[in-house]
Every structure is written in structure tokens, then in C-alpha cells.
Design a protein around this ligand. Structure first.
Ligand SMILES: Nc1nc2c(ncn2[C@@H]2O[C@H](COP(=O)(O)OP(=O)(O)OP(=O)(O)O)[C@@H](O)[C@H]2O)c(=O)[nH]1
Ligand SMILES: [Mg+2]
Length: 459
């Protein structure tokens, strides 16, 4: 394998910048850099070394050089990590010298890809490193670490073993026995298959929470103009991000911002107030609001508690009734709570489906905001997310678990109908392949390229 080089730390000024080399020539190239052709460091020992530009004879930096001898390195190849001072100019220069010595710039994720190829980790573990680097909350970082340490792979291994056992039984029945599989054995096989199907279902179900901690919730704020959407948007973010005025139709375009509620990332979208309008720009904004609503995980419909509920409000409430929505009753600082109760009661009797979801609040004073935060994440069972066990967080893994499950269920159905082993086996082989794709044993080259292209350079 040729030797690759990359900056392992972010570009830009920093205290330290780490350059990483991996491949057979790593040590030779480092020898050039430290102007010592016989450089033979003890593995896993830090050396303070002067780095030289041999072309000019200049000392360009003093750096800490650490050698990881194959196969005991991240990639399983000879690896050298050079911790330079974090000057972009200097780091560029060191990389140039490595390139001149026949190293090649690493592709995105190429260090991890080599680690996978050399059996240092499986695919799910490599993906977890990427997820850990990309994690936006401590909850998703925690899940990524569990997966990185092999938890998903360990959970899948017994399923793969059992599935393989079943396949062997059925294959040999096919090879050696003229008659059908003996009844006892068939029952055994079915039991095992049901257990595997159960496990894949259980794991698959955790994706709902897993997706949430990783990708978060898309929450859209809608309502007629001037009810205080942008005010609430700002209050939830804790900054004056959106323009607020008492002119109806202030917000034209949508504004997205992120924040977290109990460690769940929330992508909040402020939208243009919904109303019939002849203004072209506002009209486009209203159109976008409607599209956003349909696409959101949760819609917050805002009403103004200081005014009568209007036909426009009712129309908006009607338009969200098939969506996941909650109602924020804003401006309660303006009206005595008696009136608020009155509005809620009137609305509840008029629109039964509203009942449990109205949150009275004031974007101005902050009253009721905590209740709203809880209401937003309530349907997603945050307790589950923050305190639960292992979660599947990757859509690819979830998809493969579902496919595994449906193949096994299909094979089980075929066994019930006493179809031939040959037919039953097709689904089981598919299921085994899908499970293998999660950990990478049966993943195609194309797929690997696609997956690793989502990694960052130097990882
Ligand atoms: N008293 C009081 N006034 C509020 C509250 N929330 C918003 N307002 C006022 O209501 C007016 C409209 O607020 P915005 O946040 O711009 O309303 P909006 O729903 O975003 O309006 P559009 O962008 O036009 O759709 C402003 O004058 C705010 O100061 C509240 O809780 N109490
Ligand atoms: Mg607004």
C-alpha cells in the first residue's frame, strides 16, 4: 500500500497541528523530515525532533514525533504522527515535503478505510468514529462511543451465528436427506428464526430514539401574522435572531436555527405568518410556510391569547390536524388567566383534538416556555433517550435491520407453508448478507466508497 499523509487536526491556527502518515514509507519519510536517514524510534514513544526542509537546509519546526509500528496502529500499517506547532503555513510545508517524498494526500476517511481493510475495526465501528466526530450533543457522542467500542457488532454476532447454524441445518437437509426436515428439527429452526427476527425488531425500534439524538427534531413555528412566532423563536434561542415588529407580515423568509432541549438537537424554523395575501413576496413566504409544516417532525401552531380566535386560526388548526402538532397560546401576559382558561375551554369543546396539547405562554416574559420545551420533546420519550441502553443511530443500519427482519419473516412464512428448503434458504442467505453489510463483511466496494466519502480527511 502506498503511504498516505493528511492533517489530522482542523485547518487554521491552533496550538498544535497533527500530521499523520500511514503506509510502508512512513518511517523513511519521517527520517527525511528529521534529517536522520537511520531514524529508528521505539514504537509508541514520543520524540522531540527538529523538522528540516532538506531543499533549503532550514529547520522549520520542533515537533513531537510518535511512531506506531504495524500492525499495532490505528490503520494496522506503519503510522507516524507528527505534532507540529499549529501554523497553517508550516503544516502545509511539512505536508509538501511528505508529498515530495512520494506520500500521497489521503482521501476522506482513508485512514479508517485502511483500518477496516486490515481488520483493525469493522464497518460499524469505523462509522461510529465518524459519528463521534460529528456528534452535536453529549447523548449522541455517548452512543457513538458505545458503537465504536463494538457494541452493535457484538449484538449482531450471535444473530449471525444462529442464522448461520440454521442455514447449515437446512443446507445439509437439502444435500443429504431425501425426505423433508424432521418435524423436531423444523420446529427448532423456526424457534431460532423467530428469536433472530425478534432481536432485529428490538434493535430496529431503538432507531426512533437513535435518529432523534443524532439528527434531532425539525420543529416548525406557524400561525397567522403578528401572533408572536418570531418572538417565541428568539426566546427559545435566547437571542434576537429574527426581526420582531408589530406589523403583520414581518417575517417573509424562513429562518432556521439550532438549539437543544435536554440534549436533543432541535432545528427550529420560524415561518411567515399564514394569511391570504396579494403581496408577491409574502405570498411566496406563505407557500414556503405550508411546505415546511408538512415536512416538520412537530408543528407549533401559535395563537394569540389577547385576541379572539379568528377564522384564519381555525383554518390553520384544521390544516395541521393530521400532523404532529402542539398549540402555543401566546401573550398570556396581556390577558388575565381567566380569559386564557376560557379560550382553552372553548377551543377544547369546539375542536376535541386540541385538548391535551395547548401550552399557554408569553414569549415576552418567558412564562410557560419550559412547559413548551417539554411539550416539544414529550412524544419522543426523552427518558428513553437519555437513560436507555444501546441505540441504533444510523439510517443505513436501521434499513439493513428491517430488511433482515423481513427476509426472515418471509422464510418463516414459507416454512409454515412447508415449502422446500431451497426456497426458504434464499431469504436466509439474504438476511445473513444484510447483517454482514452492517459490520462490513459483505459490503460492496461501491458502498464502502460511498460510506467513507462522508468521513473527514485525516480520519
Ligand atoms: N405582550 C406581548 N406581546 C408579544 C408577545 N409576543 C410577541 N408580542 C408582540 O407581538 C408583535 C408581533 O410579534 P412577532 O414575533 O413579530 O410576530 P410574528 O408572529 O412573527 O409575526 P409575522 O412575522 O408578521 O408573522 C410584536 O409587537 C411583539 O412584541 C407576548 O408574549 N406578549
Ligand atoms: Mg415573524
Amino acid at each position: 500500500m502506498n503511504t498516505i499523509v493528511a492533517l489530522a487536526t482542523p485547518t487554521g491556527r491552533s496550538g498544535i497541528g497533527v500530521i499523520r502518515l500511514s503506509g510502508d514509507d512512513s518511517l523513511r519519510i519521517t527520517g527525511e523530515l528529521v534529517a536522520d536517514k537511520t531514524f529508528g524510534p521505539t514504537p509508541r514513544t514520543a520524540y522531540l525532533k527538529q523538522l528540516h526542509d532538506r531543499a533549503t537546509g532550514d529547520v522549520i519546526d520542533e515537533a513531537i514525533v510518535t511512531y506506531f509500528k504495524a500492525p499495532h496502529s490505528f490503520t494496522g500499517e506503519d503510522v507516524v504522527e507528527i505534532s507540529c506547532h499549529g501554523s497553517p503555513v508550516l503544516l502545509r510545508q511539512v505536508i509538501e515535503i511528505c508529498l515530495a517524498q512520494n506520500a500521497r494526500m489521503a482521501d476522506a476517511g482513508e485512514f479508517s478505510l485502511r483500518a477496516l481493510a486490515n481488520g483493525r475495526m469493522d464497518l460499524a465501528e469505523a462509522e461510529a468514529i465518524r459519528d463521534l466526530i460529528d456528534a452535536q450533543t453529549t447523548a449522541s457522542a455517548r452512543q457513538a462511543v458505545r458503537q465504536m467500542r463494538g457494541e452493535l457488532s457484538q449484538r449482531l454476532q450471535p444473530l449471525k451465528d444462529d442464522l448461520l447454524d440454521v442455514i447449515v441445518v437446512l443446507e445439509s437437509a437439502l444435500e443429504f436427506v431425501e425426505d423433508d426436515l424432521p418435524e423436531v428439527q423444523a420446529e427448532n429452526v423456526k424457534k431460532k428464526l423467530s428469536a433472530i427476527a425478534n432481536e432485529t425488531t428490538k434493535l430496529g425500534v431503538t432507531f426512533q430514539a437513535g435518529r432523534l439524538i443524532r439528527e434531532g427534531l425539525k420543529v416548525a413555528l406557524v400561525g397567522r401574522p403578528n401572533v408572536g412566532k418570531s418572538s417565541l423563536f428568539n426566546a427559545l434561542l435566547g437571542s434576537d435572531r429574527a426581526i420582531v415588529t408589530d406589523i403583520a407580515g414581518t417575517t417573509r423568509d424562513q429562518i432556521h436555527e439550532r438549539f437543544t432541549i435536554r440534549d436533543i438537537p432541535i432545528s427550529l424554523i420560524d415561518t411567515a405568518g399564514l394569511r391570504e395575501t396579494t403581496d408577491t413576496i409574502e405570498g411566496i413566504g406563505v407557500e414556503r410556510s405550508r411546505a415546511t409544516m408538512a415536512d416538520a417532525d412537530i408543528v407549533i401552531v401559535m395563537l394569540d391569547a389577547s385576541e379572539e380566535i379568528t377564522d384564519e386560526d381555525h383554518e390553520i388548526l384544521d390544516s395541521v390536524k393530521d400532523l404532529n402538532y402542539i398549540v402555543a397560546l401566546n401573550k398570556i401576559d396581556k390577558t388575565p388567566s381567566f380569559d386564557v382558561d376560557h379560550i382553552i375551554a372553548a377551543e377544547n369543546s369546539r375542536l376535541g383534538y386540541l385538548r391535551p396539547k395547548i401550552t399557554p405562554l408569553s414569549a415576552k416574559t418567558g412564562e410557560g416556555l419550559d412547559d413548551l420545551r417539554e411539550a416539544i420533546i414529550k412524544p419522543f420519550d426523552p427518558e428513553d433517550i437519555t437513560h436507555s441502553g444501546f441505540l441504533v443511530t444510523d439510517a443505513r443500519h436501521h434499513d439493513l435491520l428491517i430488511r433482515t427482519n423481513s427476509e426472515i419473516e418471509q422464510s418463516l412464512g414459507q416454512m409454515e407453508q412447508k415449502m422446500s428448503e431451497e426456497i426458504v434458504l434464499i431469504g436466509l442467505h439474504n438476511a445473513l448478507r444484510y447483517l454482514g453489510e452492517i459490520t462490513g463483511e459483505t459490503t460492496t466496494e461501491d458502498m464502502l466508497t460511498r460510506i467513507f466519502s462522508t468521513f473527514c480527511i485525516g480520519k
